[in-house]
Design a protein around this ligand. Structure first.
Ligand code: TMP
Length: 237
């Protein structure tokens, strides 16, 4: 399947049309941004690592009954995916307080949550992806009641699968963000699951192995991403 015209370029990926209108090719870049593009940089080989990690995790999720957009990884940076009609609502699942939750509610970073918290955000860079609730999503037509129930339940199921998996490779899944879309009338998991979209802490040292190293100018992000893919490939590769 060959790339045709580029349909969309995001901050970390490009989307290309292919001959078969049921699919896209997604191309992962090394560009990294934070704070809605205000901070820009390159994380060496991030595109290669995130494509690999996302493909391996999506394949594992598929094997456990979660439909994803993954069709086939073509090469290091390219993957064939189903052409989803994306919902503009992002689902964040949290197991440990961190990031915007800690900031917004004054909860100490690192505090374990007794049950996972699910949050919804509107995908809109200009508005800085504001947090929304189900009423906002329904009233303004971003998702229906059924879709909201579905994506939140899926978020929790994916959390169970991923938490257990990351634990088995010595990593705490602190939180992560999911995006869903519609394919042939079904809700399907899209976008990526990678150190860009998750907080991953080493279980023993609590060292950050994710994009917070870039967001917080800590350095060592390329190495951290490599460490995550190395551990995942040992089990799933
Ligand atoms: P937050 O604590 O900043 O709201 O982030 C929650 C999770 O969502 C975290 O794992 C990182 C991920 N995330 C994205 O994937 N994209 C984003 O633009 C932001 C802000 C967070």
């Amino acid at each position: 399947m060959d790339k045709r015209e580029m349909l969309y370029e995001g901050k970390a990926k490009q989307i290309y049309a292919v001959e078969d209108e049921r699919y896209f090719i997604m191309t992962y870049k090394d560009e990294a941004t934070a704070f809605d593009g205000a901070k820009k940089g390159i994380i060496k080989n991030k595109g290669i690592v995130n494509n690999r990690i996302s493909c391996l995790l999506f394949k594992m999720l598929e094997e456990q009954g979660v439909e994803t957009h993954l069709v086939n990884q073509i090469d290091e940076r390219n993957v064939i995916v189903k052409r989803l009609q994306m919902l503009p609502v992002e689902v964040v699942v949290r197991n440990v307080a961190a990031g915007s939750l800690s900031k917004r509610l004054g909860i100490e970073e690192g505090k374990e949550l007794p049950v996972p918290i699910v949050e919804l955000f509107l995908k809109n860079d200009e508005l800085h992806d504001p947090m929304i609730n189900e009423c906002h999503a329904r009233v303004f037509g971003w998702a229906t009641k059924e879709q909201l129930e579905d994506i939140q339940a899926r978020g929790l199921k994916i959390n169970e699968i991923l938490t257990q998996f990351f634990d088995s490779i010595g990593i705490i899944l602190v939180d992560f963000k999911l995006e869903f879309g519609i394919f042939e009338g079904r809700i399907v998991l899209g976008d990526e699951i990678s150190p860009d979209s998750c907080r991953l802490w080493d279980k023993v040292s609590l060292e950050k192995l994710d994009k917070d190293r870039f967001r917080r100018n800590m350095g060592g992000e390329a190495e951290a991403y490599q460490e995550v893919v190395r551990r995942i490939e040992k089990v799933l590769g």
